[in-house]
Ligand binder design. Sequence first.
Ligand SMILES: [Zn+2]
Ligand SMILES: [Zn+2]
Length: 386
Amino acid sequence: MTHSSDVEEINYLTNFRKKLHQFPELSGNEQQTAQTVVNELKLCNPTTIITKLGGHGVAAVFNGGLKGKTILFRAELDALPIIEENTFEHRSKYVGISHKCGHDGHATILIGLARILKTNPLLSGKVILLFQPAEENGNGAKAVLTDEKFKPLKPDFVFALHNVPDYDQGTIIVKTNSFTPSVTSLKITLKGKTSHAAEPENGINPDMALQELISAIKSLDDNNTDSETFSVITTVYATLGSKNYGISADYAELHFTIRCWTAHQLNDLKEKICTLTKSISKNHQLKHTLNWFCEFDSNNNDNEAVDYIVKAAAHNAFKVIEKQTPFKWGEDFGAFTQQFKGAMFALGAGKQTPALHNPDYDFPDEIIETGIKIFYAIYKNILNND
Ligand SMILES: [Zn+2]
Ligand SMILES: [Zn+2]
């Protein structure tokens, strides 16, 4: 960014971010947001703009004339089904939907980068700015990766950042290997047979199986973030029977979220849970179903990619924190880092910023510039090393 126009540029981007914030859309419904992004990208003269990627995804491809590496930077488009508590002017105009993960800010950072690439065109290689849909439900990354329009892009490196409150504003938080865990959600149903409440022996009530299952599954929990075998199993919902006092219950349902540091550990755990559910339902003569959904692959950060982030931070004199254990939230950029060399890192959003997904959260505009500068330095570094 050139010095004299810095303030003007940041004001422009802040206004853009606030515009996105006012018109939030849920995962899979980001039509208007995608259009707003496309309109802005068109002003930046990318070589191509790809739309409808894995849903409402958008990618701007900037081509240098000479051969070189392809670097992808990712932001997200979707908001959350949360009622915004804030009363400021740029609050959400849609009741019950709001940008509570800062995806409006992440998208703005990529727009800022596009605007720099317009005034400082690439000489070699390629930069892809990907605005991914449906991150919050874990579907978007996979949908983009399997989209035929994405396949020819073949990035050599992929990068994404996520703002994280509770760290000083502008701090860069890095970690090699697992950065976020593999996460899945699980629904188990148990089906028996109703009978008169006076004669439960004539029916098949899933009550005992339900409690056995909860304790058996919870015994696999190891919620110690320092542990290699970390696995946190959270019971989110359970139900049994109905409030009909003459009937012995015939149906139960149990829902969990499960997270482990690696995809491999999560698969092992899933197998154990399947075996337990099978044997417990069989012992109680119950039918059962198991349903896995909302799956997030763990972010597998590559050493070289993390080095590039650290160098880019040093170049800008940004403070770097090397985190020892992964963050506990799931992030579907893992689908990218499982497949391509790359890394996700965190950008401190400030100790005063409310936690992600809280009703009073708002992306701090002060870190837009930090995000742009670090992505820009990463790209410069990789292409210079080519
Ligand atoms: Zn989120
Ligand atoms: Zn997010």
